[in-house]
Design a protein around this ligand. Sequence first.
Ligand code: GDP
Length: 442
Amino acid sequence: MAFESLSDKLQNVFKSLRGKGRLSEADVKTALKEVKMALLEADVSFKVVKQFISAVQERAIGQDVQNSLTPGQMVIKIVNEELVKLMGSETTEIRLKPAGDMTIIMMAGLQGAGKTTTTAKIAGKLKAKGRKPLLVACDVYRPAAIKQLQINGEKQGVPVFSMGENHKPADIAKAAIAYAAKNDQNVVILDTAGRLHIDEDMMNELIEIKGTVEVHQTILVVDAMTGQDAVNVAGMFNDKIGIDGVIITKLDGDTRGGAALSIRAVTGKPVLYVGMGEKLSDLEQFYPDRMASRILGMGDILSLIEKAELQVDEEKAKELSQKLRKAEFDYNDFLDQMSQIKKMGGMASILGMMPGMGQMKDMDLDERAMDRVEAIILSMTSKERLNPDLMKNASRKQRVAKGAGVDIGEVNRIVKQFDQMKKMMKQLPGMMGGGKRHGGMF
Ligand code: GDP
């Protein structure tokens, strides 16, 4: 998960500020020095860190903080606001023409950045919005790239236009647009060829495409794991071909998060989306404010609620929350609950968004583990599922382990985890803000 260590470090800095009744200038300066170190360690660009710290310092040493009843909180609030500003303040969407007109999007990026995958992810998002995207294979150097786009297009239920490897990308783009016009497709997404490093040929090819067809949005895909390189690449692409926005991929695997924090400030271009996994559904809109709260360990309740809203079966959720309140939660509910969690992208991703739950996200509740849990529960009798206490019996555990083809230790663990989960679920309403339930789930 991105920002993990930055988040931990900042929370430690703030812990020391929080309790103080008054903050001297020296207190603030010491704290900000630590914030500075933490940001540099997260691979945020040096220039960006310097500007950030001086902006925070100027405000934090001002009158408002000195006179405030909770100066520590005020400093955190300022850091939060400046982080949001750093990431661009507002959420920016890919700009589309009205549905009656055709929008042409060009995807650019280095090889391996995740361009082809992201192109298909974007197509899925646009399709869900009622658009009719056409994916275009302009990477003529790697037959595998064309194949990959076709496979992904098929998964998304989106058509893919290809002319093989023997045409110029600009000509393919032109032909694709004519094809789209004839076939009633209103967003053309060009998947262009990347190279391992920035090179003239690649840039010229992109410039040629732009000179041949009218590109409305140029979107650059960069890999978060490359940290400052991603930021430099974004700067160079912007200088050479002009970009409208950036998508940062592999944020799920990047523990530092420097690219996400610096790109906007360095290039002046907004981050549109972030890639959070290899699956075609793993693309999230970039919300600077939510990202800042996540970094500061305030959790990302809004994203969580939105996920729940999107994917949780309302009726089932309501029923479940009633059961929880009455402490009737049983293994059947546990099964239901797991399938809801799977729909929401796994337990780890949910826990990471909850305030204070960051540390628990390594819990062994990934999808494969969930499949095993399912097998175990399905090996219980209906009586056992309804009456979880029965499962505390050793010979029943033995029987279930045999049925599910797992070790008895695993059954033990599930029975224990079930208990823990029951407890955790009971605590959730309070954590989600004054017991207010959303969609009944929490
Ligand atoms: P391209 O060369 O830029 O077209 O890159 P690909 O689309 O082929 O992606 C390269 C690799 O990165 C593939 O294995 C993708 O599955 C993986 N990938 C792409 N986006 C993400 C992401 O957001 N998270 C993770 N974990 N992997 C990603």
